[in-house]
Design a binder for this molecule. Structure first.
Ligand code: G3P
Ligand code: CA
Length: 276
């Protein structure tokens, strides 16, 4: 091949290679921006006992973007990860979480109710979960029944501050609650940590006035999936908010939420969120 022809061929190859790299980078940026987050509900609770390290580890290995957990306070004021206000359903013990010390809670088996395979799983502390998963996977912290636990917002804030996890986006932390006063209290303590308001099914829907109010202290409105349609998602977005509805336990619901344009999906089965 003549020298001029070989220079031309080389330039052509370099141009094609550059175009390919450039296109790939652009596509990756677009993908990450448009990606709907998969959020494992109480960990990957379809596959492991809810709110245990086993369920959080399953969410991590399944490559979920985040996992959700529920936090309450023990009798001696420690942040513990459990959904119900009693230990009766998910452990081999009985009684209210708020009436049991951390030591008493840690003696309980929180795995066997799900399957013998998980015999011996413990009720985790929030600190333990943050220490193990910070920077590895996002964590959506639900403050559960805060009216039973005065001061719990301050304690959650301190757990994040102690670990330098109180800055926006660096550790993908969101704090949410059904109790919107609690969300406001948390927001006033750590205004840089993203917050979400949980909303149970309401046939009245969410008015513009309510969405405007939410947008003054929250970043996310997370309704029951039964409330979601494209119109509501567009209205939530119009107020500068994102939405992560709950709780998906079948593939059809997952697809309906994807079609409606949600930003994330809270699910017991992270593998059900299939994005084209
Ligand atoms: O994160 C949403 C979802 O967890 C709310 O319902 O009862 O599972 O805490 P629940
Ligand atoms: Ca929850």
């Amino acid at each position: 091949m003549k020298k001029s022809a070989s220079i031309f061929m080389m330039s052509l190859i370099l141009f094609i290679a550059w175009t390919g790299v450039h296109t790939t980078v652009f596509a990756d940026e677009k993908d990450s921006k448009d990606k709907v987050l998969t959020i494992a509900h109480r960990g990957a609770s379809g596959y492991a006992p809810e709110n245990t390290m086993a369920a959080f580890e399953r969410a991590f290995t399944m490559k979920a973007d985040m996992f959700e957990l529920d936090v309450q306070l023990s009798k001696d004021g420690e942040l513990v990860v459990i959904h119900d206000t009693t230990v009766d359903r998910t452990t081999n013990g009985t009684g209210q979480v708020k009436n049991l010390t951390l030591e008493e809670l840690r003696e309980l088996d929180a795995g066997s109710f799900f399957s013998k395979e998980f015999d011996g799983e413990k009720i985790p502390t929030l600190g333990e979960v943050l220490d193990k998963y910070r920077g590895k996977i996002g964590i959506l912290i639900e403050i559960k029944s805060p009216s039973l636990y005065p001061g719990i917002e301050q304690k959650v804030a301190e757990a994040l501050q102690e670990r330098n996890m109180d800055k926006p986006n660096n550790n993908k932390i969101i704090v949410q609650s059904f109790n919107h006063e609690s969300v406001q209290t948390f927001h006033s303590i750590l205004p840089l940590v993203p917050t979400g308001v949980l909303v149970g099914y309401s046939s009245n829907g969410l008015s513009d006035q309510i969405l405007r109010e939410f947008s003054s202290y929250a970043d996310y409105v997370n309704p029951s999936k039964a409330m979601i349609d494209e119109n509501l998602v567009n209205r939530i977005h119009a107020f500068g908010l994102d939405t992560h509805p709950w709780t998906v336990r079948d593939r059809q619901s997952a697809q309906a939420l994807l079609d409606a344009g949600v930003d994330g999906i809270i699910t017991d089965y992270p593998d059900y969120i299939e994005q084209k």
